[in-house]
Design a protein around this ligand. Structure first.
Ligand SMILES: [Zn+2]
Length: 135
């Protein structure tokens, strides 16, 4: 019986997109939203959770696989940018006793300079741009 259901489900999902990172993220968002609104004294509109749910179903059962794949790639790029920024912020914090961290004014490359060396010329390792900084 259970196998039959599983088989039917597999058949139904044939050619459909299924669950990806973006779906999991949306699902997490939905859960968080539901939990948070549970503790609010006033009732938020259920429109937001409704939209999230529809989006989840729509993406999971979609037959337009390349489009959904592209959406997921976009989401992953965005997520990576966010997490790497957060990681940079954490390492800056750990290093800020011994180093200054500057961005190259020309190409935005991050450059680490040891503290306590007075005024120095900094040469960007990426684009070769030189600028003066107090260390
Ligand atoms: Zn540069």
């Amino acid at each position: 019986m259970l196998n039959r259901i599983r088989y039917k489900l597999a058949q139904f999902m044939q050619g459909r997109y299924g669950v990806d990172n973006l779906s999991r993220f949306l699902f997490g968002l939905l859960l968080v939203y539901l939990v948070v609104t549970m503790f609010l004294p006033f009732r938020f509109s259920s429109v937001i959770s409704g939209i999230l749910l529809v989006l989840l179903y729509y993406r999971t059962f979609s037959r337009n696989i390349p489009k959904r794949y592209e959406e997921n790639q976009k989401f992953l790029r965005l997520r990576d940018r966010f997490t790497s920024r957060f990681r940079n912020f954490r390492s800056d914090w750990a290093q800020r006793r011994e180093f200054h961290i500057y961005n190259c004014p020309n190409c935005r490359q991050r450059i680490r300079i040891p503290k306590g060396k007075g005024r120095i010329m900094v040469r960007c390792p990426r684009c070769g741009h030189e600028f003066e900084k107090r260390s």
